[in-house]
Ligand binder design. Sequence first.
Ligand code: SF4
Length: 288
Amino acid sequence: MAEVYVARMRDDPGYVIEFVDACGASPGNRSLKWVIVISTQFGCPVNCRMCDAGGDFRGNLTFEDLRSQIETVFSAHDEIDPRDCQKLKVQFARMGEPSFNDEVLELLRWFKDRYPNIVPCVTTMTPIGREQWFEKLLEVRDSFSDFQLQFSINSTDDDYREKLMPYPKMSWDWLADFGREFFRNEQRKIVLNFAICPDIPVQSGFVKRYFDPKWFIIKMTPVNPTSAATENGFTIAHNRLVADNLIRLKSSEFENQGYAVIQSIGDMEENLIGSNCGQMARRIIATS
Ligand code: SF4
Protein backbone atom coordinates (compact mmCIF):
# COMPACT_ATOMS: atom_id res chain seq x y z
CA MET A 1 0.00 0.00 0.00
CA ALA A 2 2.67 2.49 0.98
CA GLU A 3 6.34 2.85 1.75
CA VAL A 4 7.69 5.26 4.34
CA TYR A 5 11.13 6.61 3.48
CA VAL A 6 13.41 7.93 6.20
CA ALA A 7 16.23 10.18 4.99
CA ARG A 8 19.19 11.24 7.08
CA MET A 9 20.56 14.57 5.83
CA ARG A 10 23.39 17.04 6.46
CA ASP A 11 25.59 14.10 7.50
CA ASP A 12 24.07 14.49 10.95
CA PRO A 13 21.98 11.84 12.76
CA GLY A 14 19.74 14.61 14.17
CA TYR A 15 18.63 15.76 10.69
CA VAL A 16 16.12 13.10 9.77
CA ILE A 17 12.94 13.43 7.72
CA GLU A 18 10.23 11.11 6.47
CA PHE A 19 8.30 10.97 3.23
CA VAL A 20 5.76 8.53 1.87
CA ASP A 21 5.07 6.86 -1.46
CA ALA A 22 1.52 5.45 -1.64
CA CYS A 23 -0.65 3.79 -4.26
CA GLY A 24 -4.00 5.47 -4.06
CA ALA A 25 -6.07 2.96 -6.05
CA SER A 26 -4.86 -0.62 -6.30
CA PRO A 27 -1.55 -1.90 -4.89
CA GLY A 28 1.27 -1.61 -7.41
CA ASN A 29 -0.73 0.50 -9.87
CA ARG A 30 0.35 4.12 -9.81
CA SER A 31 -1.07 5.07 -13.18
CA LEU A 32 -4.56 5.70 -11.73
CA LYS A 33 -3.67 7.36 -8.45
CA TRP A 34 -0.34 8.13 -6.83
CA VAL A 35 0.07 9.95 -3.52
CA ILE A 36 3.37 11.33 -2.26
CA VAL A 37 3.53 12.87 1.21
CA ILE A 38 6.53 15.05 1.97
CA SER A 39 8.16 16.85 4.92
CA THR A 40 8.85 20.57 4.92
CA GLN A 41 10.91 21.03 8.10
CA PHE A 42 13.36 19.19 10.33
CA GLY A 43 11.06 18.53 13.31
CA CYS A 44 8.33 21.13 13.82
CA PRO A 45 8.15 24.25 15.99
CA VAL A 46 4.40 23.86 16.56
CA ASN A 47 4.87 20.77 18.72
CA CYS A 48 1.31 19.46 18.62
CA ARG A 49 0.53 17.22 21.57
CA MET A 50 -0.47 14.22 19.45
CA CYS A 51 2.26 14.34 16.78
CA ASP A 52 5.66 12.67 16.85
CA ALA A 53 7.00 15.11 14.25
CA GLY A 54 6.79 17.96 16.76
CA GLY A 55 9.68 19.30 18.83
CA ASP A 56 13.43 19.07 18.16
CA PHE A 57 12.99 21.73 15.48
CA ARG A 58 16.15 22.27 13.39
CA GLY A 59 14.96 24.54 10.60
CA ASN A 60 13.39 24.51 7.17
CA LEU A 61 14.20 22.15 4.33
CA THR A 62 15.75 23.83 1.29
CA PHE A 63 14.18 23.77 -2.17
CA GLU A 64 16.59 20.95 -3.09
CA ASP A 65 15.59 18.96 0.02
CA LEU A 66 11.93 19.32 -0.94
CA ARG A 67 12.46 18.43 -4.57
CA SER A 68 14.67 15.44 -3.77
CA GLN A 69 11.83 13.75 -1.85
CA ILE A 70 9.63 13.88 -4.96
CA GLU A 71 12.42 12.81 -7.28
CA THR A 72 13.46 9.91 -5.02
CA VAL A 73 9.93 8.50 -5.19
CA PHE A 74 9.64 9.09 -8.95
CA SER A 75 12.99 7.40 -9.61
CA ALA A 76 11.89 4.30 -7.65
CA HIS A 77 9.14 3.82 -10.28
CA ASP A 78 10.73 4.40 -13.65
CA GLU A 79 8.08 2.09 -15.17
CA ILE A 80 5.72 5.08 -15.17
CA ASP A 81 6.04 8.68 -16.31
CA PRO A 82 4.44 10.76 -13.50
CA ARG A 83 2.94 13.04 -16.16
CA ASP A 84 0.82 10.07 -17.31
CA CYS A 85 -0.68 9.44 -13.88
CA GLN A 86 -4.40 10.24 -13.82
CA LYS A 87 -4.38 11.54 -10.27
CA LEU A 88 -1.00 12.55 -8.87
CA LYS A 89 -1.26 14.11 -5.42
CA VAL A 90 1.56 15.67 -3.44
CA GLN A 91 0.63 16.30 0.16
CA PHE A 92 2.58 18.72 2.34
CA ALA A 93 1.60 16.85 5.44
CA ARG A 94 4.41 14.86 6.99
CA MET A 95 6.99 16.61 9.22
CA GLY A 96 6.70 20.38 9.60
CA GLU A 97 4.19 23.20 9.16
CA PRO A 98 4.40 24.05 5.42
CA SER A 99 3.53 27.75 5.75
CA PHE A 100 6.74 28.37 7.71
CA ASN A 101 8.78 27.46 4.64
CA ASP A 102 8.88 29.92 1.69
CA GLU A 103 10.53 27.23 -0.46
CA VAL A 104 7.23 25.34 -0.49
CA LEU A 105 5.91 28.10 -2.78
CA GLU A 106 8.98 27.68 -5.00
CA LEU A 107 8.35 23.94 -5.18
CA LEU A 108 4.75 24.59 -6.23
CA ARG A 109 6.02 26.84 -9.03
CA TRP A 110 8.44 24.07 -10.08
CA PHE A 111 5.51 21.59 -10.17
CA LYS A 112 3.61 23.93 -12.45
CA ASP A 113 6.43 23.88 -15.02
CA ARG A 114 7.41 20.19 -14.76
CA TYR A 115 4.33 18.30 -13.59
CA PRO A 116 1.22 20.42 -14.17
CA ASN A 117 -0.98 17.38 -13.49
CA ILE A 118 0.03 17.38 -9.81
CA VAL A 119 -2.74 18.12 -7.32
CA PRO A 120 -1.05 19.87 -4.39
CA CYS A 121 -2.57 19.31 -0.94
CA VAL A 122 -1.50 21.74 1.75
CA THR A 123 -2.33 20.89 5.36
CA THR A 124 -1.80 23.76 7.79
CA MET A 125 -2.53 24.84 11.36
CA THR A 126 -2.41 28.47 10.03
CA PRO A 127 0.20 30.07 12.31
CA ILE A 128 0.01 33.79 12.99
CA GLY A 129 2.62 35.88 11.17
CA ARG A 130 2.44 33.94 7.89
CA GLU A 131 -0.28 36.06 6.25
CA GLN A 132 1.97 36.95 3.30
CA TRP A 133 2.75 33.29 2.67
CA PHE A 134 -0.98 32.57 2.44
CA GLU A 135 -1.51 35.54 0.11
CA LYS A 136 1.15 34.08 -2.22
CA LEU A 137 -0.46 30.65 -1.95
CA LEU A 138 -3.62 32.21 -3.41
CA GLU A 139 -1.61 33.35 -6.45
CA VAL A 140 0.07 29.93 -6.93
CA ARG A 141 -3.28 28.11 -6.58
CA ASP A 142 -4.40 29.37 -9.96
CA SER A 143 -1.56 27.52 -11.71
CA PHE A 144 -3.29 24.21 -10.95
CA SER A 145 -6.58 22.82 -12.14
CA ASP A 146 -7.10 21.28 -8.71
CA PHE A 147 -5.69 22.23 -5.32
CA GLN A 148 -6.58 20.95 -1.87
CA LEU A 149 -6.33 23.10 1.22
CA GLN A 150 -6.85 21.64 4.67
CA PHE A 151 -7.03 23.54 7.95
CA SER A 152 -6.08 21.56 11.06
CA ILE A 153 -8.84 22.75 13.40
CA ASN A 154 -8.77 19.73 15.73
CA SER A 155 -11.01 21.22 18.44
CA THR A 156 -13.66 23.94 18.69
CA ASP A 157 -12.69 24.82 22.27
CA ASP A 158 -10.12 27.65 22.19
CA ASP A 159 -8.32 26.62 25.39
CA TYR A 160 -8.16 22.98 24.34
CA ARG A 161 -6.99 24.00 20.86
CA GLU A 162 -4.20 25.97 22.47
CA LYS A 163 -3.15 22.93 24.47
CA LEU A 164 -3.26 20.67 21.41
CA MET A 165 -1.40 23.05 19.08
CA PRO A 166 0.68 25.31 21.36
CA TYR A 167 1.53 27.98 18.80
CA PRO A 168 -0.31 31.29 18.06
CA LYS A 169 -2.79 30.78 15.24
CA MET A 170 -5.07 32.80 12.99
CA SER A 171 -8.53 33.75 14.29
CA TRP A 172 -11.74 31.92 13.40
CA ASP A 173 -12.74 34.94 11.27
CA TRP A 174 -9.46 34.81 9.33
CA LEU A 175 -9.91 31.06 8.68
CA ALA A 176 -13.47 31.57 7.44
CA ASP A 177 -12.54 34.52 5.19
CA PHE A 178 -9.39 32.96 3.73
CA GLY A 179 -11.10 29.63 3.11
CA ARG A 180 -13.95 31.40 1.34
CA GLU A 181 -11.47 33.31 -0.83
CA PHE A 182 -9.46 30.17 -1.62
CA PHE A 183 -12.50 28.23 -2.79
CA ARG A 184 -13.12 28.16 -6.54
CA ASN A 185 -16.41 27.22 -8.15
CA GLU A 186 -16.57 23.62 -9.38
CA GLN A 187 -13.48 22.82 -7.27
CA ARG A 188 -13.08 20.87 -4.08
CA LYS A 189 -14.13 22.50 -0.84
CA ILE A 190 -11.76 23.61 1.89
CA VAL A 191 -11.24 20.78 4.41
CA LEU A 192 -11.65 21.37 8.15
CA ASN A 193 -9.87 18.50 9.90
CA PHE A 194 -10.74 17.40 13.44
CA ALA A 195 -8.69 15.05 15.64
CA ILE A 196 -11.22 12.68 17.09
CA CYS A 197 -10.88 11.08 20.51
CA PRO A 198 -13.23 11.17 23.53
CA ASP A 199 -11.14 13.87 25.26
CA ILE A 200 -11.24 16.51 22.52
CA PRO A 201 -14.25 18.89 22.41
CA VAL A 202 -15.72 19.27 18.89
CA GLN A 203 -19.05 21.09 18.48
CA SER A 204 -20.74 21.15 15.09
CA GLY A 205 -22.90 24.17 16.04
CA PHE A 206 -19.80 26.26 16.72
CA VAL A 207 -18.30 25.29 13.33
CA LYS A 208 -21.52 26.28 11.55
CA ARG A 209 -21.31 29.81 12.99
CA TYR A 210 -18.12 30.46 10.99
CA PHE A 211 -17.88 27.96 8.14
CA ASP A 212 -20.58 27.67 5.49
CA PRO A 213 -21.07 24.09 4.17
CA LYS A 214 -21.18 25.64 0.67
CA TRP A 215 -17.41 26.15 0.86
CA PHE A 216 -16.18 23.86 3.64
CA ILE A 217 -16.15 20.12 4.18
CA ILE A 218 -15.45 18.24 7.42
CA LYS A 219 -12.81 15.55 7.88
CA MET A 220 -12.57 13.32 10.94
CA THR A 221 -9.26 11.69 11.76
CA PRO A 222 -8.87 9.56 14.90
CA VAL A 223 -5.97 10.46 17.20
CA ASN A 224 -3.39 7.78 16.50
CA PRO A 225 -1.35 6.07 19.23
CA THR A 226 1.86 7.99 18.55
CA SER A 227 4.42 8.30 21.35
CA ALA A 228 3.39 11.95 21.83
CA ALA A 229 -0.34 11.13 22.06
CA THR A 230 0.33 8.31 24.52
CA GLU A 231 2.72 10.42 26.64
CA ASN A 232 0.19 13.26 26.73
CA GLY A 233 -2.55 10.96 27.98
CA PHE A 234 -5.05 10.96 25.09
CA THR A 235 -7.66 8.23 25.20
CA ILE A 236 -6.91 6.35 21.99
CA ALA A 237 -9.32 4.08 20.12
CA HIS A 238 -7.10 1.05 19.64
CA ASN A 239 -9.50 -0.94 17.55
CA ARG A 240 -11.32 -0.24 14.37
CA LEU A 241 -14.81 -0.71 15.78
CA VAL A 242 -14.36 1.84 18.57
CA ALA A 243 -12.79 4.38 16.18
CA ASP A 244 -15.60 3.78 13.66
CA ASN A 245 -18.31 4.34 16.26
CA LEU A 246 -16.76 7.50 17.63
CA ILE A 247 -16.39 8.99 14.18
CA ARG A 248 -19.85 7.90 13.05
CA LEU A 249 -21.41 9.70 16.01
CA LYS A 250 -19.57 12.96 15.32
CA SER A 251 -20.16 12.69 11.57
CA SER A 252 -23.92 12.51 11.93
CA GLU A 253 -23.84 15.66 14.06
CA PHE A 254 -22.08 17.52 11.24
CA GLU A 255 -24.25 15.97 8.52
CA ASN A 256 -27.31 17.26 10.37
CA GLN A 257 -25.80 20.73 10.09
CA GLY A 258 -25.56 20.32 6.30
CA TYR A 259 -21.89 19.35 5.92
CA ALA A 260 -20.35 16.61 3.82
CA VAL A 261 -18.02 14.53 6.01
CA ILE A 262 -14.90 12.54 5.13
CA GLN A 263 -14.16 9.77 7.61
CA SER A 264 -10.41 9.28 7.52
CA ILE A 265 -9.89 6.19 9.62
CA GLY A 266 -7.07 4.75 7.53
CA ASP A 267 -5.68 1.32 8.20
CA MET A 268 -5.18 0.13 11.78
CA GLU A 269 -2.08 -1.70 10.51
CA GLU A 270 -0.42 1.72 10.36
CA ASN A 271 -0.76 1.86 14.13
CA LEU A 272 0.60 -1.65 14.59
CA ILE A 273 3.73 -0.99 12.53
CA GLY A 274 4.17 2.56 13.86
CA SER A 275 4.08 4.36 10.51
CA ASN A 276 2.16 7.45 11.63
CA CYS A 277 3.65 10.89 11.09
CA GLY A 278 7.05 11.28 12.74
CA GLN A 279 7.17 7.82 14.31
CA MET A 280 9.85 6.35 12.04
CA ALA A 281 12.09 9.40 12.23
CA ARG A 282 11.76 9.51 16.02
CA ARG A 283 12.72 5.84 16.20
CA ILE A 284 15.76 6.29 13.96
CA ILE A 285 16.97 9.40 15.85
CA ALA A 286 16.58 7.54 19.17
CA THR A 287 18.69 4.60 17.98
CA SER A 288 21.43 6.64 16.23
S1 SF4 B 1 0.71 18.02 13.45
FE1 SF4 B 1 1.74 19.27 11.88
S2 SF4 B 1 1.94 21.29 12.84
FE2 SF4 B 1 1.54 19.85 14.50
S3 SF4 B 1 3.59 19.23 15.25
FE3 SF4 B 1 2.93 17.72 13.72
S4 SF4 B 1 3.83 18.43 11.82
FE4 SF4 B 1 3.84 20.19 13.25
